[in-house]
Ligand binder design. Structure first.
Ligand SMILES: NC(=O)c1ccc[n+]([C@@H]2O[C@H](COP(=O)([O-])OP(=O)(O)OC[C@H]3O[C@@H](n4cnc5c(N)ncnc54)[C@H](OP(=O)(O)O)[C@@H]3O)[C@@H](O)[C@H]2O)c1
Ligand SMILES: [Zn+2]
Length: 356
């Protein structure tokens, strides 16, 4: 089981790396269109976390504008020096969680407006994340400020970093920086997207295991180009070992017309002991029931013992309802969905009558 949510750290920064200036007014670094992008990301997560400093300085509401379901709100504080009348607590009919290293006094102050949770003393980010996962948070967006970004990045618990670079200088040494000093993940991050949004540049990076997953899943999706025209869904699959070495690949229709990509790849491995610590990447959610064969790919993955499954596109209910991800999770397997790559899979399956 995954012990923490998938974490997206998101910030807008000036050209000289600041999150804000020192004035009382909040410095608007994003433009309107970029705020809409941030809104989209918010709409796709289960919870948003900001540090207590950001609540005190910016008094953010942290709601989704577009009328979709609001994510839960989360903050961390040692002092508990937060105003119960702050927008964080008073807006949005959602769960508000306060993790603190001093639960008793913080509960006295904020217990009426939020759920106050003991985060350990000193506050332990991994404990906070494990607790969020246990509360059903699968995707967490961390929106700053600098103290929070520094800690999440140096703790190695960020999977994606979203940076919007605004065309302004701040130039004040006392202004809050995106990150302070610390031991950050070594090496170069994997740049997975750049986008011009008006006068702002948006950059997306993947880190650590998320970077490996992103790269391997793209490769699996590309394998679908080999599928014969007879394949209904055009799917690619890759099985890797614990050190990210490729053990086997497969694509739909590779060896027989009704073959699914996952079963092709698994058939090449038999009962290889390396499956016990392997990951299977598939462009599509593994099927849980199928018209053409008695054994689903979900069942084959369960039988293989593979502990991790990563896929891009949740199977549309075209032919049969798919509960592959749910079934695998219920059996204790770690399931990662990378919806950002679903568009690529849809392109390779444009012949199917699905609606996005
Ligand atoms: N441009 C952007 O995208 C963006 C986004 C967000 C914020 N900001 C800016 O960032 C600035 C705020 O950043 P910041 O670094 O001052 O504050 P912050 O990171 O939002 O919050 C820091 C506070 O969080 C609590 N905290 C953090 N780590 C903790 C730990 N390990 N244990 C216990 N409590 C912990 C502490 O609260 P207590 O002091 O209560 O103990 C600490 O003072 C503001 O100027 C805001 O405008 C910009
Ligand atoms: Zn299948």
């Amino acid at each position: 089981m995954s012990t923490r949510p998938y974490v997206i750290a998101s910030a807008a920064v000036s050209l000289d790396g600041y999150l804000d200036d020192t004035s009382d007014q909040r410095l608007l670094l994003s433009n309107e269109e970029d705020f809409a992008r941030v809104d989209e990301v918010r709409a796709g997560v289960d919870a948003i976390l900001v540090g207590a400093g950001t609540i005190r300085t910016d008094n953010p509401r942290l709601l989704v504008r577009s009328g979709r379901a609001h994510p839960a709100k989360v903050t961390i504080t040692g002092s508990g020096d937060l105003d119960p009348a702050a927008n964080f607590f008073t807006t949005g009919d959602v769960e508000k969680l306060v993790y603190t290293s001093a639960p008793a006094p913080v509960r006295d102050r904020l217990g009426a407006v939020a759920t106050v949770v003991d985060g350990g003393r000193p506050l332990d980010l991994r404990r906070v994340l494990a607790d969020l996962a246990a509360r059903g948070v699968g995707r967490l967006m961390v929106e700053g400020g600098g103290a929070v970004h520094t800690q999440f990045l140096t703790a190695g618990v960020v999977d994606e970093l979203h940076l919007a670079i605004a065309p302004v200088f701040v130039g004040e040494a006392a202004a809050p920086r995106f990150v302070g000093p610390g031991r950050f993940p070594p090496g170069r991050l994997q740049l997975t997207e750049t986008r011009r949004i008006g006068d702002v540049v948006f950059m997306r990076y993947h880190l650590g295991q998320a970077a490996r997953d992103h790269r391997r899943l793209r490769e699996a999706i590309a394998l679908a180009a080999n599928c014969p025209p007879s394949a209904t869904f055009r799917v690619g699959a890759i099985v890797t070992d614990a050190a990210d070495r490729v053990l086997a690949t497969g694509y739909s229709g590779e060896t027989a017309p009704h073959d699914h990509a996952e079963e092709v790849a698994l058939a090449k491995l038999g009962d290889d002991p390396r499956l016990a610590s392997a990951t299977i990447y598939s462009s599509l959610e593994p099927c849980s029931a199928r018209a053409s064969r008695p054994v689903s790919c979900t069942q084959r993955i369960l039988d293989s013992g593979i502990p991790r499954v990563v896929f891009a596109w949740r199977e549309p209910d075209l032919f049969v309802d798919c509960v592959g991800a749910e079934t695998l999770r219920a059996a204790g397997r770690e399931v990662r969905e990378l919806p950002d790559l679903a568009g690529l899979v849809q392109e390779t399956n444009a012949h199917l009558p699905f609606r996005t």
